[in-house]
Design a protein around this ligand. Structure first.
Ligand SMILES: Nc1ncnc2c1ncn2[C@@H]1O[C@H](COP(=O)(O)OP(=O)(O)OP(=O)(O)O)[C@@H](O)[C@H]1O
Ligand SMILES: [Mg+2]
Length: 287
């Protein structure tokens, strides 16, 4: 079983959208997939259950000792289940001790929950952008992280803070657990558009992370919001849209484990254009 947290200390970069669509794409590839929504706002779970997420979820596994299988909810897609955050996740996150502390083993609760899982090939964890003790606990628990990056001006600044955290968590993991260091499974550029700033920052990210960056970028597209409002992953809502194709490629790259196996472009002139005009529409410029 592989486990990956989708994380970035920056808000609104496409973490939940990535969690929703990667989960759908992995299940489509016949991987038994569990999507755990570890953000109290429940945005990833709402992507599957738009009328509201179940009250019981991850919080109950953390507080009451329920097993994750017991709080997982089936979706309409074969092989894909979702653990909603549960109504008490916000409070629960606050009770997990200090950000750095390892007091009373509370930080390892998620780790124990994940270790107790069987019957899944991949576990994806969507995280909140705030550096909560819960998010740190998730970094102790999973094998890898996947970093979605929105190529806006301050993209790398947020990522460097995350890398510092990954380094210190890795040291603790090596010292206190049998987990080994926390690895970066991949970096996914999301919401890419045709603007110069998007291309320049994509080049900067590729230069910084090299082969860890998945070859295909996720284009900015209004279809993501449309699909989300209907509680359907874009991967299913509009199967052949550039966004859906990009998330299938990301799922492939994740399973391949090497960022897709192609060397990253080194300069802006080598960067691919998004596939279709329609999908590269930049709603931020339009609004
Ligand atoms: N490729 C994309 N193109 C256009 N809009 C997108 C794209 N990806 C995500 N969005 C939209 O951007 C908004 C933020 O995305 P999302 O919720 O996935 O980010 P997040 O990183 O999970 O945010 P938070 O930090 O608040 O949890 C949502 O309205 C989503 O529909
Ligand atoms: Mg989110």
């Amino acid at each position: 079983m592989r486990s990956v947290a989708i994380t970035n200390a920056k808000g609104g970069v496409g973490k939940s959208t990535t969690a929703i669509n990667m989960a759908a794409a992995l299940a489509e590839l016949d991987r038994r997939t569990l999507l755990i929504d570890a953000d109290p706002s429940g945005n990833a779970a709402l992507g599957y259950f738009p009328r509201g997420t179940p009250a019981v979820g991850l919080a109950d596994a953390l507080l009451e000792g329920a097993r994750l299988e017991e709080v997982a909810v089936a979706t309409e897609y074969p092989g894909l289940e979702v653990v909603p955050p549960g109504d008490r996740l916000g409070a629960c996150s606050d009770q997990m001790g200090s950000v750095q502390g390892l007091g009373q083993g509370r930080e390892f609760r998620i780790r124990r929950l994940l270790k107790g899982l069987s019957g899944y090939d991949v576990v994806l964890v969507d995280t909140s952008p705030v550096l909560t003790p819960l998010n740190v606990a998730i970094l102790y628990a999973v094998a890898d992280i996947l970093i979605p990056i929105d190529p806006c001006v301050a993209a790398l600044a947020g990522v460097r803070a995350l890398e510092d955290l990954v380094r210190s968590v890795s040291e603790f993991r090596i010292e206190f657990t049998d987990a080994g260091p926390l690895a970066i499974a991949g970096v996914l550029i999301t919401r890419a558009d045709r603007t110069l700033v998007s291309k320049q920052i994509e080049a900067e990210v590729r230069n910084y992370f090299g082969e860890l960056v998945y070859p295909r970028v996720v284009p900015a597209s209004v279809k993501f919001r449309e699909a989300y409002a209907r509680g359907t992953p874009l991967v299913h809502y509009d199967r052949f849209s550039a966004g859906a194709v990009a998330y299938r490629a990301a799922a492939d790259a994740y399973l391949g484990g090497s960022g897709g196996g192609r060397s990253a472009p080194s300069g802006p002139e080598e960067i691919e254009e998004p596939e279709s005009d329609e999908d590269s529409f930049d709603y931020r410029e339009a609004s």
